[in-house]
Design a protein around this ligand. Structure first.
Ligand code: AMP
Ligand code: MG
Length: 625
């Protein structure tokens, strides 16, 4: 491998990572560092110097010790924008590019492209590979370009050209075949990334470094939700349970139908099964009745032309019949025959097809579904007695605060009864968690540490309330931080704001931690909007909060720039449409208005004042898991 002093390297990291959920691809953690750092390590020895083209997280890239160049061209984050920027700033006669998501790029990339370019007196050289029996695949993002070609590229871009392999169509370009196909593998999805680097559980910093602007002191709700979503991991373990016991649990694998449901074509009505061809379109139809088919009783009735069979709902359609006339539509009826008026029936009416509900071999239920009563019935209709569900999530929780008293204790001056213990219990119970109720823990470092350690050793997740706000005794935060990877946020929301989140470890066991604020309403809001989805994800379920739209009865004052949750009462207006009004005092400690409410009005970050009659998002309490 030779260093070529006439070549500058350029790592293309300007994309928006749209296939990775809009994370910054180059900064994705990969095998001990980040993807872009791997590319840098492989490119640097080949060239005089390396620069990175990026449009976000510029400081993080600069910390690699390289020059960072932003696109000059606005509104287009494709690789050509980066290339143009690079050519414009490049101080050597050649520029070599590589994408930030190619951590395995060949160590002789520059050397071989340069040799081919010189040998053929070309303007540009790019890499290609060929798998056995396949066509040659070009990799135009791995290319060596003469810096002097800047005007050609600029002209192409000015005309609206955007394709990496389109701009050099009138130039002399050489394709250089490389043997190692994997060296050009780029990583496009987070799943791909994790499958290549399964060794390490993610750290919070890995996740937060991908946000384009991360400020723990002023974190928007949706960023907090995203960090939590990406950080928590499903427990994975599966258990087989009897069908009834699966109610409310999360299905661990798809359930594939072993049979057609229904198994046979059958009648949807009580009436007469007939041949559609026999229907007279412009006059009465006379049909002779030749037998009766009951549901569940096989029959060998096989009516010929001009004949029909009396049939009950669910009865198997006799051979040759394709329609059923409901008995109330029959004009005349006797043991011998029936008369139908013209237009009573169309051929094919009231026949249910075999497999109409479910076809054999097709998935009846998908993994990740929370099993509801209809699902129990569906599984039963397939004759399946047991189903695989994700094991119950164990969640330990406790309340913190010296002022807290348990029910049954005397309420001395300045103390309050611990209500969070009960709301949290209720919310966890609804989620179907296995609950470890640890009661009240005093504001005392040793007691807190012991409680957190015990929770960690006995549960998958820990929920605490109180002690995470700024005014609270600091050691709660200190101890949480000492036991693991925990971050403390001030979230742009009301009520709520302080939240501790992360993972702590003790004696080789670890658990995800949600340190909720202490105020009784804040605790519920934080649970519903942060902990709930995370716990469901750990259980393998994907169940976003079911928000619906309703008309606001009155005006609501709202500051843009933070999310507000107001307690509301949803009802129906005179026009039958859902409408909502705010209820009671909205202070974050006032649980009574939470209890009076039947929903929460969600006013998102960007939303300003709400006018009477405007639509708002609403989260219903009933039906919420
Ligand atoms: P903290 O977050 O610990 O500063 O608590 C904020 C407020 O919530 C204080 O007024 C506490 O008394 C109250 N609080 C904290 N925990 C509970 C609880 N478990 N039940 C009822 N109120 C609580
Ligand atoms: Mg407290």
């Amino acid at each position: 491998m030779n260093k070529n002093e006439s070549i500058s390297g350029l790592i293309l990291a300007g994309g928006r990572g749209s296939r990775m959920g809009h994370v910054d691809k180059g900064l994705q953690p990969f095998q001990g560092s980040t993807m872009a750092a791997h590319v840098l390590a492989r490119l640097a020895p080949q060239v005089a110097s390396v620069a990175i083209n990026a449009n976000q997280n510029l400081g993080t890239y600069a910390a690699f010790g390289v020059t960072v160049w932003q696109d000059d061209l606005e509104g287009f984050a494709g690789p050509l924008a980066g290339l143009e920027t690079g050519l414009r700033r490049c101080a050597t006669p050649y520029l070599l590019t590589a994408p930030c998501d190619s951590p395995f790029l060949p160590p002789d990339l520059g050397e071989r492209l340069f040799a081919a370019l010189e040998a053929q007196d070309a303007d540009l050289a790019f890499a290609a590979t060929q798998e056995p029996g396949m066509r040659v695949q070009a990799h135009p993002v791995f290319c060596l370009v003469k810096t002097a070609l800047l005007p050609v590229l600029s002209a192409y871009l000015a005309e609206g050209g955007r394709r990496m392999d389109g701009w050099y169509k009138d130039l002399k370009a050489v394709e250089v075949l490389f043997e190692d196909v994997d060296a050009f593998r780029n990583i496009n999805t987070l799943d791909e990334l994790h499958s290549l680097d399964p060794t390490r559980p993610p750290r919070l910093a890995d996740v937060t470094s991908c946000l384009s602007a991360y400020d723990p002191e002023a974190l928007p709700v949706r960023d907090a939700q995203r960090i939590i979503r990406e950080f928590v991991q499903p427990v994975g373990a599966v258990e087989q349970v009897a069908l009834r016991a699966a109610l409310g649990r999360v299905l661990a694998h798809d359930i594939v139908s072993p049979i057609n449901v229904p198994a046979h074509d059958n009648s949807a009505m009580d009436g007469y099964a007939l041949r559609g061809d026999d229907l007279v379109l412009d006059g009465d139809t006379y049909l002779k009745v030749v037998g009766t088919v009951y549901a569940g009783r096989p029959s060998d009735a096989a009516p010929g032309p001009g004949e029909c069979v009396r049939i009950m709902t669910g009865g198997v359609m006799p051979e040759g019949c394709d329609s059923v006339v409901p008995q109330e539509f029959v004009a005349q009826e006797s043991a011998a025959g029936i008369v139908l008026r013209a237009g009573t029936l169309r051929a094919g009416d009231n026949r249910r097809f075999a497999g109409e509900d479910l076809k054999a071999g097709s998935p009846a239920l998908r993994a990740g579904k929370i099993i509801r009563p209809a699902d129990l019935g569906l599984v039963a209709s397939l004759g399946i007695a047991e189903v695989p569900v994700v094991r119950r999530l164990r969640v330990a929780f406790f309340s913190t605060g010296d002022e807290l008293r348990s029910i049954g204790q005397a309420l001395d001056a300045g103390s309050v009864y611990d209500s969070n213990r009960y709301t949290i219990y209720g919310m966890l119970q609804r989620l179907g968690c296995e609950i470890v109720d640890m009661g009240i823990v005093r504001d005392d470092p040793a007691a807190l540490e012991a409680a957190l350690r015990s929770a960690c050793e006995n549960a998958d997740a820990i929920i605490t309330s109180g002690g995470v706000s700024v005014g609270a005794a600091d050691y709660t935060r200190q101890i949480m931080a000492r036991l693991g990877d925990v971050t403390f946020w001030k979230i742009g929301m009301r009520p709520g704001r302080p939240l501790a989140f992360g993972r702590i470890a003790s004696n080789g066991r670890s658990a995800f931690l949600f340190g909720l604020p202490g105020n009784p309403v804040a605790v519920m809001v934080s649970f519903y909007f942060f902990a709930r989805e995370a716990l469901l994800r750990m259980m393998g379920a994907d169940a976003p909060l079911p928000l619906l739209r309703a008309r606001s009865e009155g005006a609501i004052r709202k500051k843009p720039g933070r999310t507000e949750y107001q307690r509301g009462i949803l009802s129906h207006g005179d026009d039958g449409m859902p409408q909502v009004r705010i209820t009671g005092a909205q202070g974050s400690g006032i649980l009574r208005s939470m209890s009076e409410a039947n929903c929460m009005v969600v006013l998102h970050d960007e939303q300003g004042n709400v006018g009477a009659g405007d639509s708002v998002d609403v989260l219903m309490f009933e039906g919420l898991v």
